[in-house]
Write a protein that binds this ligand. Structure first.
Ligand code: 13P
Length: 252
């Protein structure tokens, strides 16, 4: 059985104390409960060094939202994978559409980051997804295929086992307009088929594929009921404790 995951992507939100409060709130909510999904909090960098302590005595994991592709050196303002790993973080999001668009990160750069993260022992949440125009033109499958092929498909099987995929149609991110469960399923089964072609059925069946884009408590159960939707990558709704915890509980 592949792992179900609900990951919060806090993006550039939460100062230190409000982030600690939110993480503590989620931890307290699930104390003594056994959620069906692994919970991952992807916080801004400033929270990482306290999260191990804040989340201790819980099963909640945490991670970063970005990393740099080089191990160390004169890269003013960047954060390396080994720095992230040294905080106790287990995950890093790579290839979020906001990084692709606003910070001009292309598949080649993202592939370098992915390989650096994996070689450092981090698990990668690799994001893919088309913009609205690409869907309207009917090229959304090609776009996602290219993002996966160029970003991931030179990994070894062992490396690929530490990759989680997040399908995030860009038109659904922060818009309130989520993909329908059928649209998510259609793309996510396509993604699983591509993985099977590259790495074999065993690995593809074990790969966790998340949906992200206006996922909230009111639509999560329906999205997560799809056979190839193994949980969610949650933006805005991960900033509210009740909403985020309800999304986690929508995983059956
Ligand atoms: P929203 O949930 O705010 O639409 O954001 C999704 C996202 O980008 C998660 O990475």
């Amino acid at each position: 059985m592949r792992k179900k995951i609900v990951a919060g992507n806090w993006k550039m939100n939460m100062d230190l104390s409000s982030g600690i409060e939110l993480a503590k709130g989620v931890k307290e909510y699930f104390a003594g409960k056994t959620p069906k999904a692994e919970i991952v909090l992807c916080t801004p960098f400033i929270h990482l060094s306290v999260m191990k302590d804040v989340l201790k005595d819980s099963n909640i994991k945490f991670g970063a939202q970005n990393c740099y592709s080089e191990p160390s050196g004169a890269f003013t303002g960047e954060i390396s994978c080994s720095m992230i790993k040294s905080t106790g973080a287990e995950y890093v999001i790579i290839g979020h559409s906001e990084r692709r668009t606003l910070f001009k990160e292309d598949n080649k750069m993202l592939n370098k980051k992915v390989r650096m993260a994996l070689s450092t022992g981090l698990k990668v949440i690799y994001c893919c997804g088309e913009i609205l125009k690409e869907r309207e033109q009917g090229i959304h499958f090609d776009v996602v295929k290219e993002q996966l092929t160029e970003g991931l498909f030179n990994l070894t099987e062992d490396e690929f086992k530490n990759v989680v995929i997040a399908y995030e149609p860009v038109w659904a991110i922060g818009t309130g307009l989520n993909a329908t469960p059928e649209q998510a399923q259609e793309m996510q089964s396509f993604i699983r088929k591509l993985i099977a072609e590259k790495y074999g059925k065993g690995i593809s069946e074990n790969t966790t594929i998340l949906y992200g884009g206006s996922c909230k408590a009111s639509n999560a159960a329906e999205l997560f009921s799809m056979p190839d939707v193994d949980g969610g990558l949650i933006g805005g709704a991960s900033l509210k404790k009740e909403e985020f915890c309800a999304i986690v509980e929508a995983v059956k």
